[in-house]
Design a protein around this ligand. Structure first.
Ligand code: TEU
Length: 560
């Protein structure tokens, strides 16, 4: 049998550089700040760091609008700082993965400024330029080439007078979509990727990579999805960039709307596309009519969804596991209870359940501290273009501003973007200046310095979970079986691995998703003699025929 891929037993940590650590007091995090805090990550034990974009950018979407793919934004530092960071990460035996944002560039990228010159520009075809709809007068309402909507509100088309045409932008109007039908675009991207890999980076997290292929007909429709050439483009990228490199690299494709059937194709190693994908199903379960219309999570839906992904990628393919990233509200506030009584317990329960699934877990900065959603009160507190555009559009359309604000407070991306809480000092040790977005006032209690000193902290729990994945092969490689699919309170499953010598290891994972005690039992009576591998309450006691889980309790038992 072929050896298991290294990333199956790895844990990835996402850094959002703007909010991680500021070394020069300008209120924005930077590369030197990350270097100074690497010991935190080494102590946590993560294997890979994923850096959100640090390239030169007008920062319309906090760096996801790139104006130069082969440099560092002065806000974050220099290429020399980057090389130092890479060396420091490698010196601690960790890897560094870059964000690859190639569905679109900034409108200030030279490729686009050239393309924009007019129909005769040699780079005209590098982007999606289209005339007004048949018979419509350019620039008038409804004249856009099709009905596509931007992820950030409004039409996905922007009229440009100089060439009397519209360009496509699935995100902000400052993020024009690249035309991947054009082979020059693809080879320019491949060259850029090779340049970073030659510099020593260990792979890429690929932003909305399933959207790079679009049906050139650009017909009206309601949902953005993968276009017809997506597999071809990823296989070509693999050939041109990754194939034949001896390094141990990681690729993860972010894919809004991807189904489990598609994900199996994307992650089948035989097809050589990407190692794993980020899917969005479980983070859409509490969306109502749009993401800002929040509905309570139904645990049965969560189990059904994650369970289907476990089954769907069991034989072929591989899951990414995440609760949080820079686009999602904080999980302890969303699916747990961030009040003082239950914050630590619910954060550690959620962590345990996620990290015991089969797949590669991703930890988003601050998640390992149990950081919570922010306390935004007025629209002026928000910085994110998605929230600001949504508010303007909804309120213009007659929605009640207080209701719109409630949606933003619960689901807005800025919840994830408040500064990392290092200590109890003013601005949480993030900066000596004025932070670009205010620090959460709860940093006086919720911070890394306090967590290091408390063996029962969220930090030490994450550290133990990561250690467990490294030391117990059943966590990384075992089969997954969902239990109690109809229990509305307890999340339960087993993991089972049969070693080469025939010995089976079985793990039982139980998580109480409520603030009240909940009864659960092991699936059969073979669980009397087990070892407790990890739990989040002081004296969990043995596993009988039934067990009463404390509010938000999680535990993992092992039998051999
Ligand atoms: O996000 C893509 C995406 O589909 C969403 O998660 C998006 O952020 C939004 O929340 C939809 O409601 C990626 C990046 O992670 C995000 O930060 C960028 O804004 C976006 O692509 C554009 O590059």
């Amino acid at each position: 049998p072929s050896p298991e891929a290294w990333w199956k037993s790895a844990v990835v940590y996402q850094i959002y550089p703007r909010s991680f650590a500021d070394s020069d007091g300008d209120g924005v995090g930077d590369l030197r700040g990350i270097i100074e805090r690497l010991d935190h990550l080494a102590a946590l034990g993560v294997d890979v760091l994923w850096l959100s974009p640090v390239y030169p950018s007008p920062q319309d979407d906090n760096g996801y609008d790139i104006s130069d793919y082969q440099d560092i934004d002065p806000t974050f530092g220099t290429l020399a700082d980057f090389d130092d960071l890479l060396a420091a990460v490698h010196a601690r035996s960790m890897k560094l993965v870059m964000d690859l944002v190639v569905n679109h560039t900034s409108d200030e990228h030279p490729w686009f400024t050239e393309s924009r010159q007019g129909p005769d520009s040699p780079k005209r075809d590098w982007y999606w330029w289209r005339p007004a709809r048949d018979g419509a007068r350019s620039g008038t309402p409804g004249a856009e080439p099709n009905n596509w909507r931007s992820f950030f509100s409004g039409s996905a088309w922007e009229y440009d007078e100089s060439g009397d045409a519209y360009y496509l932008h699935l995100f902000s109007r400052k993020q024009p979509d690249l035309n991947w039908e054009n082979p020059e675009v693809r080879s320019a991207v491949h060259r850029m990727m090779n340049w970073w890999l030659d510099r020593g980076v260990d792979g890429f997290r690929m932003d909305v990579i399933n959207l790079i292929s679009k049906d050139p007909a650009l017909a009206d429709r309601t949902h953005h999805g993968a276009g017809p050439r997506i597999h071809e483009f990823l296989q070509e990228m693999h050939r041109e960039v990754f194939a034949g490199r001896p390094e141990r690299l990681l690729t993860v494709g972010e894919m809004p709307g991807v189904t489990v059937e598609e994900a199996r194709l994307f992650t089948d190693p035989k097809r050589a596309e990407v190692d794993m994908v980020f899917q969005f199903e479980h983070v859409g379960l509490d969306h109502g009519d749009g993401k800002f219309d929040v509905t309570p999570l139904n645990l049965l839906d969560l189990k059904a969804s994650l369970g289907r992904w476990q089954d769907g990628l069991a034989g072929t393919g591989w899951n990414s596991l995440y609760w949080n990233n820079h686009d999602q509200p904080r999980v302890v506030s969303r699916f747990g209870d961030d009040g003082p009584a239950h914050r630590v317990r619910s954060a550690t329960m959620l962590a345990t359940v996620l990290h015991l699934h089969r797949g590669t877990p991703y930890v988003y900065q601050g998640e390992e501290l149990g950081m919570t959603n922010a306390l935004f009160t007025s629209i002026g507190d928000f910085r994110d273009i998605e929230s600001l555009n949504h508010y303007a559009e909804a309120v213009d359309g007659g929605a009640d501003p207080a209701r719109v604000l409630a949606g933003l407070r619960a689901m807005g991306r800025d919840n994830a973007r408040t500064p990392m809480q290092w200590d109890a000092s003013p601005h949480a040790g993030f900066t000596t200046g004025t932070p670009w977005i205010p620090v959460n006032p709860n940093h006086t209690e919720v911070n890394a310095a306090a967590a290091y000193d408390d063996p029962a902290s969220v930090f030490h729990h994450y550290r133990r979970l990561i250690e467990l994945r490294h030391s117990e092969p059943a966590v990384a490689y075992g089969d997954f079986t969902m239990l109690l699919p109809d229990d509305p309170r307890v999340y339960a499953f087993t993991r089972r691995l049969v070693a080469a010598d025939g010995t089976a290891t079985e793990l039982l994972v139980l998580g109480n998703f409520t603030g009240r005690p909940a009864e659960a039992g092991p699936p059969d009576d073979g669980w009397r003699d087990t070892e407790l591998l990890i739990g989040n309450v002081p004296d969990p006691g043995r596993l009988g025929t039934t067990v009463t889980l404390a509010p938000w309790e999680a535990r993992v038992h092992r039998r051999r």
